[in-house]
Design a protein around this ligand. Sequence first.
Ligand code: ATP
Ligand code: MG
Length: 468
Amino acid sequence: MIKKLIRKILGTKNNKGGRDTSTPIVIGPDEHRIEPRLLSNNAVRVTSTLQEAGFEAFVVGGAVRDLLLGVKPKDFDIATNATPEQVRKLFRRAFIIGKRFQIVHVIFGQDLLEVTTFRGTTSDSAPKDEHGRVLRDNTFGSQAEDAVRRDFTINAMYYNPANEQVLDYHGGIDDIRARTLRIIGQPEARYREDPVRMLRVVRFAAKLKFTIEPETAAPIPVMAPLINNVPAARVFDEMLKLLMSGQALACLQQLRKEGLHHGLLPLLDVVLEQPLGVKFVTLALDSTDARIVAGKTVSPGFLFASLLWHQVLEKWTAYRAAGELPIPALHLAADDVLDSQTEKLALQRKIGTDMRDIWSMQPRFERRTGKSPHKLLEHPRFRAGYDFLLLRCASGEIDGEIGQWWTDFYEGDEIAREELLSNVGRAGGGEGGVKKKRAPRRGGRSKGAAGVAEGAGGDAGGHGGDGE
Ligand code: ATP
Ligand code: MG
């Protein structure tokens, strides 16, 4: 009771007139109108198993937000008052993950659900770095405390599939209706605790097309440099989410608008301030967004290779001008760019290798005689390199003829391929003179889609976050 009173008096600045945040507003199905078909069966399986064992269990966070917006959530997080050990015992395939704050991964076939025990409020004694970033904070708590720790009002609602009620502690439902992104609590304090929240504001605003509430937005340009103290792997994870949100271009524009791009991430400086590369990057991000929206995979290696290509080009030209041969010059340029980015971005080795493969394949597309084109077709990353080549054509960097030739060669049968090779020979080194006759198609792929390479998506995980 006293605790409640103190909380009421202190209030939190940004929770709309000091509303009591220790008890939730309960919203029934008639009001929230969540469509049951958007709910995953496995999420219901997890909540009902926990509930049958006597625990509380809810779908939480982004999934509830998406359900309320009528969007199918891409994953379901579950919050419970059961401890990780209690959760683990209830499921056949369940694994406790994380050293500092343990969560449980419950697996059904391909589906992974994250089950988290309610977390307690951040105590003043929690260890912090010299800028106030919370380093460790592992206590379990009540549902109300768990809600306070979440980032935005729209991400702090709990849905119980059993009685179809949504519990809303921070006015999230009103903010969803008003399409407003509002941080919970005092904005400066929340960004200081975890500066990644500034990147999250931008991502959600751009992705959901929500307006950032003025007090939530105000401190960002001033506090932006705090992102420098966040471990690179976490910034990378958040950047990847941003780039793979299906609204990458809008996100990057919003980053710039909020004053978050400058001097923070070398990648963004490069991407947003390179006049020559803007068209290329725009095309690359457009096609990435289109693939995500269509539910296709996107390869992080392809994405980062695109974002940094014009930096590579610039250095490649400089090395050649200094007398290096084209191929070694390209490798040197790639080394330089990857070195300058890895420190801040913690690009995973696999992604770096993919980027290098894609870049170093590019000069090989210029060799269109003899056995070279056949060999290139067999390259395990051919498709990514070819898609990249098409982007270069579409952006006007190189002649579209070369992309068309490769499309014909790739899609053609043996006879068409021989004809293409001899035509190039006759025209002399591949310039002009290529017959535009279309070769028969192989498979049903869409022609000339400067898309992101298939088959390498979803491998960007594995960085340990230390926030939520
Ligand atoms: P997405 O649709 O992109 O997955 P999400 O809201 O589910 O969006 P997650 O990163 O999956 O985002 O996080 C799940 C939930 O955990 C969030 O909805 C929020 O409640 C909480 N959360 C995540 N990161 C933070 C953070 N840095 N600070 C506070 N709460 C966070
Ligand atoms: Mg999520």
